[in-house]
Design a protein around this ligand. Structure first.
Ligand SMILES: [Zn+2]
Length: 291
């Protein structure tokens, strides 16, 4: 049960009206912390790396550690490559043993997005039990969040979304609905809930085939999260929050123990802080006890 792709655990989530947390990590301590939290909460889990840490740590090392831990873990765990714009690197990670790949060709023209996404889908399906995530529309940085959220053309068009999924053979789908990467600068970010609901109805109205992903989880108000789950969000990406937790907990520990030179204790403090942050997310997403 332990090594899984994202689609299978997201279909269960969508059916059960909860969502799976997808947590970005940049090192192995964070990977352990995220896994510890999910085991503690008995929750299905998606670990994500963006391209940079995956290159820094090396896909083979990353996958070896993921597989070693996941094989014996009592929960299902997926290893996901987040926002990769390079088709060849997507294929390399699929070959290495990632179980979900996101090809992000959303900045390309619509036809080119389809072409690249389909190429990655076809490849991943040919080499293993690997699901693929694609994106349509613009998931902005928080600097542009309001501008993008108000620009109809930057968000995923529901009818086009259906065509995009059909033509690419995509497994899980990330439509731009106004959520953003970074830490929101307002308490009320503008998010198009109805758009997500409409896309979900068109794609999954007759049974869940293509579960939906919400990017930009960090800082979303809890009532937004609940509403997005109701509208079909089955995976929430959480990245900056864990980076902040890592840096803050490191800083706080070192300031409080300036005469100590024991790296293991710093690691333990970081692991504990990240475990708590992830546990809180799991509670908000309703995935506790679902593994
Ligand atoms: Zn994202």
């Amino acid at each position: 049960m332990s090594i899984v792709n994202a689609k299978e655990i997201m279909i269960e989530a969508a059916k059960g009206k909860y969502a799976v947390g997808a947590f970005n990590i940049t090192d192995l301590i964070q990977m352990e912390a995220v896994i510890d939290a999910a085991i503690e909460k008995k929750a299905p889990l998606i670990i994500q790396t963006s391209v940079k840490p995956s290159k820094f740590l090396g896909t083979d090392v990353l996958v070896a550690i993921y597989r070693t831990i996941a094989q014996s873990a009592p929960i299902p765990i997926c290893l996901h490559l987040d926002h990769c714009t390079d088709v060849d690197y997507c294929k390399k990670c699929a070959d290495s043993g990632y179980t979900n790949i996101m090809i992000d060709a959303s900045k390309q023209s619509y036809e080119e997005n389809i072409r690249q996404t389909k190429e990655v889908v076809d490849y991943c399906h040919s080499v293993g039990d690997i699901s693929v995530e694609g994106e349509l529309g613009t998931v902005s940085g928080v600097e542009d969040q309001i501008k993008v959220a108000e620009d109809e053309a930057a968000l995923a068009n529901p009818v086009q979304a259906v065509e995009f999924v059909e033509r690419t053979g995509l497994d899980i789908f990330a439509p731009a609905i106004g959520t953003a990467h970074g830490v929101y600068k307002t308490k009320n970010p503008k998010v198009d809930f109805e758009r997500l609901g409409k896309i979900n109805k068109l794609l999954n109205g007759n049974g869940i085939k293509t579960p939906l992903v919400v990017h930009g989880g960090t800082g979303l108000p809890e009532d937004y999260i609940q509403k997005l789950i109701e509208m079909g969000g089955a995976k929430f990406n959480v990245s900056p929050e864990l980076k902040h937790t890592l840096i803050d907990s490191t800083y706080e520990y070192i300031v409080a123990h300036r005469d100590e030179y024991d790296p293991g204790k710093v690691d333990a403090a970081v692991r504990d802080a990240i475990r708590k942050a992830v546990g809180h997310w799991i509670d908000m997403l309703g995935s506790a006890g679902k593994a």
